[in-house]
Design a protein around this ligand. Structure first.
Ligand code: ZN
Length: 126
């Protein structure tokens, strides 16, 4: 890829490899990369912790008018899922976007999908 890689790219790489992680400061606050200091207390000593394999849908919505690059995919469900102490946002796969099979508490795994120019986080029901 020609674009400069960012800390977020590295995080998505790790997710795609099944090695997702979050950051924990010495006071036990959890946050998602990219961070250089803890957003809660400013601690600069951040350690990587493995992301739990399963998350839980906390909220969800249907995207009917997406960003132009995702227009062909609409409508699709977007969810916020908690993985241990952190939350990720991603697309829900393998669900009927207009059906009632998406609910709060749905167990999901996280993965990454790649198109020609984009990568995005997805959740698959477990
Ligand atoms: Zn902290």
């Amino acid at each position: 890829m020609s674009e400069p890689r960012t800390a977020f790219d590295s995080f998505v790489d790790a997710l795609a490899a099944g090695e997702g992680y979050f950051l924990e400061c010495s006071n036990g606050h959890a946050s998602l990369p990219p961070r250089h200091v803890c957003p809660d207390c400013g601690d600069a000593s951040l350690e990587r912790r493995s992301l739990p394999e399963r998350g839980e849908v906390e909220s969800h919505t249907i995207i009917r008018v997406p960003a132009p690059q995702f227009e062909a995919d609409a409508p699709y469900p977007l969810a916020i899922a908690s993985f241990g102490p952190v939350r990720l946002t991603g697309r829900l796969e393998n669900v009927d976007p207009d059906g009632g099979d998406v609910e709060v508490g749905l167990p999901v795994a996280v993965d990454v999908r790649e198109t020609d120019d984009h990568r995005f986080v997805v959740f698959t029901p477990q």
